[in-house]
Design a protein around this ligand. Structure first.
Ligand code: GTP
Ligand code: MG
Length: 138
């Protein structure tokens, strides 16, 4: 089995979409292993988004992601990393297919693609690293 780190980002949290995202994860058949509501520090987000450091959108992304509470979760199930990426849909909610979280619930709010509701780990290595940041007790 496999684990993935999922975030309901501050935009999704503020819109009250945490339950809808968790519902889709559970309906798909994945198990919740850990769940937390918190406001992330810029330091945590610099670690979480280390691969994007130096990119033009990096500072705005950290500011947005630390702007308010979010939900962090660890999910578990065979191939849940790619499974959740499929549930989430493409990074740009305008282009994410209907049926996906971003495609059904997201849109362009005139601020680029940063408000795209969810994050999901993109590889087993990323998942292990990210779970260590958000749930160091696991
Ligand atoms: P995550 O699951 O959040 O990692 O999304 P992703 O894997 O689909 O995208 P990626 O890792 O490439 O980028 C991380 C996050 O940075 C995205 O989800 C967006 O919130 C934001 N982002 C990515 N590219 C851009 C961009 O070109 N402009 C802006 N403003 N934000 C971006
Ligand atoms: Mg990513």
């Amino acid at each position: 089995s496999e684990r993935s780190l999922v975030l309901v980002k501050p935009d999704g949290f503020a819109r009250g979409l945490t339950g809808e995202v968790l519902r889709r994860i559970e309906a798909k058949g994945y198990r919740l292993v850990a769940l937390s509501v918190l406001t992330a520090s810029p330091e945590m987000l610099h670690r979480h988004y280390a691969e994007h450091e130096g990119k033009p959108f990096f500072e705005a992304l950290v500011e947005f992601m630390s702007s308010g509470p979010l939900t962090a979760a660890v999910i578990e199930g065979e191939r849940c990393i790619e499974g959740f990426r499929s549930l989430a849909g493409a990074t740009d909610p305008t282009l994410a297919p209907p049926g996906s979280i971003r495609g059904d619930l997201g849109r362009d709010w005139g601020e680029g693609v940063q408000k795209n509701i969810v994050h999901g780990s993109d590889s087993p290595e990323s998942a292990a690293r990210e779970i260590g940041i958000w749930f160091p007790q696991l």
